[in-house]
Write a protein that binds this ligand. Structure first.
Ligand code: 5HY
Length: 241
């Protein structure tokens, strides 16, 4: 099967890191097609960046659709544009945030999220509520690490994320951690060993969920809000199949 993974920000080295994590998780028969939305902002930190990212993200999803991919993954932990992408696409679309939350809920009664900056916290909290998983997430925490600091060699990003994980374990009684940024994808295994609890990376989680949906022949329902976009004007039929 062929799975497209789209980085909605325009930072190519982050796409390469995401693609490496995706390929590490992918099954032998899965081809990962990585795409960078060069029209997007360099990083997505908050609502305004998320809005700026939408046109480029949807253009990449459209290209994946034209290429006939088996599934799409949106590699931004905010799940930027997920509903719109599900409306546009024929194949399943997975957001790495939603994927990470679901897998964490299967292995821990209570989990915490450690993301980048505090401006992302309400976005992730709203998503958790929409996904019906807010009750399982004790707290969404910010490590105060800017997204692009994760790409800087020698930054103290890993140390700050690890310190916040330790606080989540001590204060939240977190039994698992979900890493709240696609740029953290390469840190999960080491942080899990360091702290002795499961640390979920949304990129890997999304790859395995996408593989499951494709192998079961399941795709997004088009009978409701994720129906194909409708033609404008008098027609009431969707513009696409
Ligand atoms: C992400 N931003 O995964 C999110 C994480 C965040 O550019 N890629 C981004 O900080 O909201």
């Amino acid at each position: 099967m062929r799975i497209q993974i789209v980085n909605p920000n325009s930072t190519v080295p982050m796409t390469e890191k995401i693609a490496a994590a995706a390929r590490l998780a992918a099954a032998a028969g899965t081809e990962i097609l990585a795409a960078t939305s060069l029209a997007g902002p360099p990083s997505i930190q908050g609502y305004h960046d998320g809005a700026l990212a939408l046109p480029g993200l949807l253009a990449e999803i459209g290209r994946g659709k034209s290429d006939g991919v088996g599934a799409h993954i949106i590699a931004c932990f905010d799940d930027t544009g997920l509903d719109a992408a599900r409306s546009l696409a024929s194949a399943p679309v997975i957001g790495i945030g939603e994927a990470g939350y679901h897998l964490a809920s299967l292995i821990a009664a209570r989990f915490s999220v450690v993301t980048t900056l505090s401006c992302s916290i309400p976005i992730l909290e709203d998503n958790l509520r929409r996904y019906g998983l807010a009750a399982r997430c004790v707290r969404v925490r910010a490590s105060d690490v800017p997204v692009l600091a994760l790409e800087e060699p020698g930054s103290d990003a890993r140390r700050r994320i690890s310190a916040e994980i330790a606080t989540a374990i001590a204060e939240d009684r977190a039994e698992a951690i979900v890493l709240g940024c696609a740029g953290m994808a390469d840190l999960a295994a080491a942080l899990a060993r360091e702290h002795g609890i499961p640390v979920v990376d949304g990129v890997a989680a999304a790859v395995k969920l996408a593989e499951s949906l494709v192998s079961l022949g399941l795709s997004t329902s088009k009978s409701g809000g994720w129906a194909f976009p409708h033609a404008k004007g008098s027609s009431v039929s969707p513009v696409d199949k």
